[in-house]
Design a protein around this ligand. Structure first.
Ligand code: ADP
Ligand code: ZN
Length: 724
């Protein structure tokens, strides 16, 4: 028997497999889609079996595989095909497309050793002598086992570990090792609401398209009851014996939604997200592959869950940029979901209060079926939003709190209601600069301003991790005038403590959530009202549902308006609407205060009025004028090199090649990328804008091929980038 094996070989060999012989003793265990270990030159590599055949066309003598790594298939027929789609759609290698679909434990990598977890269980031997004399503990153990049949060894040992030992030695009881899953299910039960008539209608509309690959856009304001609709549809799908995948933005940010699903579908659900350990992920993946669960909820990569009979796909908060993977292969989870919806002939629901312009435009054109929920459940009012002009306010207030915001917080505290405060840090951070000459501390390896972290007193680069002490003297002008500028959550926390001396504040940001379980802890304690004020960055804007929160304050709405990206207004609108949506979700009415230096900006005005449609029309007219998505497709090509001249010269060459070969594409650049240098690598960028360009994939593939063997210059292509 001969097999074709795909191994990982760095950049080379797009999709070439290698032939190997299978020793007769292993033949019966070979299946397409399992991993094998093979000799490769002087190394031993792991690879996937992609084909089984009788003969080879090669002249050379074939080597034998070393061993088989899996009993069960890892890449089933669907995933094998999906990998080819990803390769063609993102121009990556086939092996990297397969690797990205799998948890670490199942990738074809060497030296990763993540084991199944085993636990010992004890049963009574059928041959022991019941009349033999035993002590009290031994008797208790035996009688327990008689009633329950089988028990975890660790539990039994709490009675007496020496007795367990003795009984084992005398073969009265028997020990068996069994495979167990690391993550335990929730046991709490969630009460189900009777759906409103609008929710029922929406469920019906989706069910009408069962068995078809229809894409729906569920546009529902915050608190309109989208999650209840998802759960109802998942339950209906489950009753038909079919499976569902529900994607949520990084799970730690949407803890509460996951908990709701878990409580409603406890034993039927698997969870896949980045905060699970590798062992836990491995377990969850096997549960799914073995057909032991019918629902998968998770972040981006859960879209690859190896379910075999999918009846429903849901992507919540579909506008979230983290659904696009930023490293190779640069796939978008929505594209993968569309492919699988087509493969399984099942509906796909994209849900959001603030859909991307691209999605909403498709829905308006009828490519997606538009479902709208314009009001909150039971006509609860959307919160009232007030804007504070900080140009005026700054003249009279100290620090970053306007009088209006200060008063509103005070009122809420007096009423024992809770407050959420957002510090918009997108494209902004607390940095150190010289008050004399304006010198700014930057990372020596990346073209990025260093961020000051008060807790450690260090300056850090958020790209490469470089860290250094803060200095007093400016290296440019030698004055002793280096000062912290900009806003950090720590700084705001200090101001809050000074302004509201009795209030209990909890902070949620990158620093306070780095430990496993930290998110959950913060959210739970805020939920239990152990704190009055939750202060956080973007990560508090999404998905949270606290009934006692009646005030949301945005300290600074502007920073996201200033990022150098054509989507900056869209991001700002999304962020403000999402965070405003955290207010007034319970019985009491909600208020929102937005502080800004740009009070007339349309993104802020439309967010104030909860007017998505208005924002959409306005932003579309700008996009049309400037030729941006959704009117044009975008693709970025980055030319990277440690040598500045190489990066510059080759970006010119790539530009000319594109200019010569593309006929209906606007080619912008080459220019320096928005971050010019990362980890000592210089970055140039070319942007392509087009409506239709037949030859594009071929031309870009040629460029990739051309640079494949070049060790000095690297090419990085992203179709439909979410950040420019
Ligand atoms: P969304 O996902 O659109 O933000 P949710 O599904 O979280 O909305 O619903 C908002 C709030 O309304 C939640 O607290 C939820 O429990 C409640 N809710 C949703 N549907 C109903 C219903 N049919 N009856 C009563 N309460 C509901
Ligand atoms: Zn750096």
């Amino acid at each position: 028997m001969i097999i074709e094996v795909l191994v990982e070989l760095g950049n080379r060999n797009m999709n070439k497999t290698f032939d190997y012989l299978v020793p007769t003793s292993l033949e019966s265990k070979i299946k397409i889609g399992i991993r094998v270990q093979v000799p490769f030159g002087k190394q031993q590599l792991e690879g996937f079996v992609l084909n089984i055949k009788k003969a080879t066309s090669l002249e050379v003598e074939l080597k034998e595989i070393i061993t088989i790594l899996d009993e069960e298939v890892i890449l089933n027929e669907e995933l094998l095909k999906l990998g080819k789609y990803i390769m063609n759609a993102t121009l990556c290698t086939l092996i990297s497309a397969y690797q990205v679909m799998l948890p670490k434990a199942l990738k074809a990598k060497h030296k990763v050793s993540i084991q199944k977890k085993w636990e010992s269980y004890i049963t009574l031997s059928t041959t022991y002598d019941p009349y033999c004399k035993r002590n009290a503990n031994q008797t208790q153990i035996i009688s327990l086992l008689k009633t329950v049949g089988r028990m975890n060894k660790k539990e039994l040992e709490t009675i007496s570990s020496s007795s367990v030992k003795t009984l084992l030695k005398h073969k009265v009881i028997i020990e068996n090792k069994e495979e167990v899953y690391r993550r335990k299910n929730q046991t709490e039960i969630l009460t189900k609401y009777p759906l409103t008539s609008l929710q029922k209608q929406i469920v019906e509309k989706v069910l009408e398209k069962r068995g078809k690959d229809q894409v729906f856009l569920l546009h529902g304001v915050t608190g309109s009851g989208k999650t209840e609709v998802y759960m109802e549809l998942v339950e209906k799908t489950l009753k038909e014996g079919k499976e569902s995948i529900v994607l949520v933005p990084e799970i730690s940010l949407t803890e509460q939604i996951v908990a709701r699903f878990q409580k409603r579908f406890s034993d039927d659900i698997a969870i896949l997200h980045s905060r699970l350990s590798d062992g836990e992920k491995y377990d969850e993946w096997r549960k799914i592959a073995r057909g032991e669960v019918k629902i998968v909820i998770g972040a981006r990569s859960a879209i690859f869950a190896p379910l075999k009979n999918i009846g429903l796909l849901i992507i919540d908060e579909e506008h979230t940029t983290s659904y696009k993977q930023e490293s190779t292969p640069k796939y978008h989870a929505i594209d993968i979901a569309k492919w699988r919806s087509n493969y399984h002939k099942c509906p796909l629901i994209l849900g959001s209060a603030t859909p991307t312009l691209e999605s909403y435009a498709r829905a308006k054109k009828g490519i997606y079926y538009l479902l709208e929920m314009k009001e909150r459940v039971h006509q609860k009012a959307l919160p009232e939003v007030e804007i504070v002009d900080m140009n005026q306010a700054m003249k009279t207030c100290k620090g970053h709190f306007s009088h209006l915001l200060t008063n509103k917080i005070q009122e809420s505290l007096e009423k024992k209601e809770q407050v959420i405060l957002l510090l918009n840090r997108r494209g902004y951070s607390s940095f150190v600069s010289c008050q004399q000459c304006g010198y700014v501390e930057k990372c020596p390896k990346c073209d990025i301003t260093l961020t000051y972290h008060k807790s450690s007193g260090m300056l850090r680069c958020h790209y490469c991790g470089y860290a250094t002490n803060q200095r007093e003297f400016c290296p440019e002008c030698s004055e002793k005038s280096m000062t912290n500028l900009g806003l950090g959550t720590e700084k705001i926390e200090e101001e809050i403590k000074q302004l509201f001396t009795t209030a209990k504040v909890i902070r949620m940001d990158f620093d306070t959530t780095s430990k496993k379980g930290a998110h959950e802890k913060i959210i739970t304690s805020f939920q239990k009202q152990e704190y009055d004020i939750l202060l956080g960055t973007q990560m508090i804007a999404k998905g949270l549902d606290f009934a006692n929160v009646t005030l949301v304050g945005v300290i600074n709405a502007d920073t996201s308006l200033n990022i150098p990206d054509f989507r900056s207004s869209e991001y700002t609108y999304q962020l403000l609407s999402q965070v405003a949506g955290r207010s007034g979700r319970g019985e009491k009415k909600g208020n929102v205060i937005i502080q800004t230096f740009n009070q007339d900006h349309y993104a802020i005005q439309y967010a104030k009025n909860h007017d998505y449609e208005g924002f959409y029309q306005k932003e579309m007219s700008i996009r049309r004028e400037l030729g941006y998505p959704p009117y044009y497709y975008l693709t970025t090509i980055k030319i990277l090199s440690k040598n500045y001249d190489d990066a510059k010269n080759h970006s010119g060459k790539v530009f000319h090649y594109l200019e010569k070969n593309l006929t209906s594409t606007i080619i912008l650049g080459p220019s320096i990328a928005s971050v010019f240098k990362i980890n000592n690598v210089y970055r140039f960028q070319i942007i392509l804008k087009y409506k239709q360009e037949e030859k594009l994939t071929m031309i870009l593939n040629n460029i990739i091929e051309h640079y494949k063997a070049n060790s000095k210059v690297k090419i990085d292509i992203v179709f439909d980038p979410v950040h420019i």
